[in-house]
Design a protein around this ligand. Structure first.
Ligand code: MG
Length: 370
């Protein structure tokens, strides 16, 4: 992959979605950073960013793992690409990529570079699976799907060819690089991506939701505490009237502890014992909901947010169901999500195990953060 330069187009500044899609983090990283990661992992040895006044400051702060340069974007996409091409001193292969297509995989980038090395170009594209029709005065014509291609990026070329195509082409009339390459007399070679969504461009709110979902991280948590006399029973922040309570350094809220561990796991932030050691007097009889709030604060500090939690309490008695809605409300509020995104279930063990014999209460949870 020697001599591969990538042009990363960050000059969009689109506000069609009500926020800047290139600068708003998706699960902790912006589209620009995600596209950069894929290009570098896919084999780009140098990056040229094209920026607009709105994206320049952000791009200047990026810690790029390979040599990089920043150039001013033009009035159109084609002008931006031309500016970038003209400032390349030496390259064999140039990969041109729209930052808004941030779900591209390193494998796709690599394939397009290999195709350009072997055949002169590697234009990433999708096949059309929907029926497409053309409306005209006389009615509707169904187009032949096998002749239709959804053009994507990266579009990768031999440097000398694409530079010539841009310098000689009519930049006013094109929306992608392949059109100019064709106009210069070269035959394009396509690299097809798998599936419709694999290389989706962030254009609509639905694309944004898809991107968020595809970067969701999951974590699991489990906890158990001994049931003893003379202690309060607190589950999910709710004090439940019962003849026994859970023993622990904090309030021993086993449900909240399992959820905290699931969240920390999903966010890659360690575990509850590391964050709130039970050797630390500060956490003696601590309110576990306050600990949960602190965990959520740290998650949000890492540019992530809680998406969904599902938990199961394992105990013989007391009955959990009458208190589940109250737990849901308290936990949801602490995690900055709606109560519908918190699921609290309970099960018994039919008299078996320590839970069944009333010696302890356990809880397990799974959580997702985006
Ligand atoms: Mg615990």
């Amino acid at each position: 992959m020697s001599g591969t330069v990538a042009i990363l187009l960050c000059a969009g500044g689109s506000t069609r979605m009500g926020f800047d899609k290139l600068l708003t983090p998706i699960a902790g990283k912006t589209a620009i950073e995600r596209s950069l990661d894929a290009l570098v992992s896919g084999g780009a040895m140098e990056i040229i960013f094209t920026v607009s006044p709105s994206t320049r400051a952000f791009v200047e702060e990026i810690d790029c793992p390979v040599p990089c340069r920043i150039v001013e974007g033009g009035q159109t996409r084609a002008e931006s690409v031309l500016h970038a091409l003209e400032c390349i001193e030496r390259a064999d292969i140039v990969a041109i990529h729209d930052a808004a297509r941030c779900m591209v995989s390193p494998e796709t980038v690599r394939e397009s570079i290999l195709s350009a090395e072997a055949f002169g170009s590697g234009i990433v594209a999708g096949k059309v699976t929907d029926t497409i029709v053309r409306l005209n005065e006389t009615g509707v014509t169904t187009l032949d799907r096998s002749q239709l291609i959804r053009m994507q990026t990266p579009q990768t070329f031999r440097f000398d060819r694409i530079l010539r195509a841009y310098q000689q082409g009519d930049l006013g009339r094109v929306t992608d690089d392949c059109a100019l390459y064709l106009a210069a007399g070269y035959e394009p070679r396509f690299v097809f991506t798998e599936g419709e969504a694999a290389n989706q461009k962030l254009t609509t709110g639905a694309d944004w939701q898809l991107a968020l979902a595809s970067y969701a991280h999951f974590g699991t948590g489990y906890d158990t505490h001994r049931l003893v006399e003379g202690r309060k029973l607190v589950l999910g922040g709710v004090e439940i009237p019962f003849e026994k309570g859970l023993l622990g350094h904090s309030d021993a809220d086993v449900l909240t502890h399992a959820i905290i561990d699931a969240l920390l796991g999903a966010a890659g932030l360690g575990d509850i014992g590391r964050l709130f050691p039970d050797t630390d007097a500060a956490y003696k009889n601590a309110d576990s909901i306050a600990l949960l709030r602190e965990v959520v604060r740290r998650i949000e500090e890492n540019r992530l947010r809680v998406s969904h939690v599902d938990a199961t309490i394992i105990c013989e008695r007391p009955k959990i169901k009458p208190h589940a809605a109250a737990m849901q409300a308290i936990l949801a509020e602490a995690m900055h999500i709606s109560p519908e995104s918190v699921s609290i279930k309970a099960t018994t063990t039919e008299g078996m195990n320590d839970e069944g014999r009333g010696l302890c209460i356990s809880a397990s949870a799974i959580a997702s953060v985006v």
